[in-house]
Design a binder for this molecule. Structure first.
Ligand SMILES: Cc1cc2nc3c(=O)[nH]c(=O)nc-3n(C[C@H](O)[C@H](O)[C@H](O)COP(=O)(O)O)c2cc1C
Length: 206
């Protein structure tokens, strides 16, 4: 297969514009990748920074806690984002963890628009980053490292300050391409043991 590909390229046909067959990514279909990875349920954050006096921000699902000692978090920034270069230039950012009441905020910060903060109430954190009113919690960071990763960059943030609400609301959740709100489990004891057990039984029978 690889030899065939190399041969046809050497003959000068159009195959050079296709991904090489030896590239594992060529085996992965875009739609399948999106569908399967959408089964991983996440919260949503808006990553913000102060660019001069102008606040900037983008909605982000690819956020995670990374290290306790030293305290680090990470997020994935799309290379095509227009906000990310401005956040990078600011060298500091805040992670605003969205509550169930902030679907509108998530949608507003998920589009390229210089006026994303119009009508949004925010205040400055202790390190100067914009913190959006009503978020569940906030993490202010300095940019520790940026790693290139395909069509994204992995941004590692050193945590400078943390803040949460004494009586937090529920989080905004994203699953299978849709916004969701958490519901309490109906299983005895609050767990999901019932349904998992049923599925295990079925698998054992097949
Ligand atoms: C549910 C959802 C999750 C998203 N997650 C990310 C993400 O993890 N990283 C990212 O760079 N963009 C993510 N985006 C897209 C950005 O929000 C969007 O590209 C960005 O706001 C565009 O504006 P900008 O040009 O100002 O950056 C997500 C969008 C949605 C709707």
């Amino acid at each position: 297969m690889i030899a065939e590909n190399l041969t046809s390229t050497a003959k000068g046909d159009n195959s050079a514009s296709r991904p090489p067959v030896s590239d594992p990514a060529a085996e992965i279909e875009f739609e399948q990748f999106r569908r399967v990875l959408s089964r991983f349920c996440t919260g949503l954050v808006v990553v913000t920074a102060l660019c001069g006096t102008a606040p900037v921000g983008l909605t982000c699902q690819a956020f995670a806690s990374l290290s306790l000692d030293p305290p680090l978090v990470m997020f994935g920034a799309a290379a095509r984002s227009t906000s990310w270069p401005r956040i990078r230039a600011a060298r500091r950012f805040a992670v605003n963890i969205l509550s169930e009441h902030q679907e509108g905020t998530s949608r507003a910060f998920a589009v390229s628009n210089p006026d994303k903060f119009v009508g949004v109430r925010w205040f400055r954190g202790s390190h100067g980053c914009p913190l959006i009113d009503g978020a569940l919690a906030y993490v202010e960071c300095s940019i520790e490292a940026v790693h290139s990763a395909g069509d994204h960059e992995i941004v590692v943030g050193r945590v400078l300050a943390l803040r949460d609400l004494p009586d937090p609301a529920e989080p905004l959740v994203y699953f299978s391409g849709q916004y969701r709100i958490l519901a309490p489990s109906h299983a005895p004891g609050g767990g999901i043991g019932g349904s998992v057990h049923d599925q295990d039984t079925d698998l054992a029978r097949s």
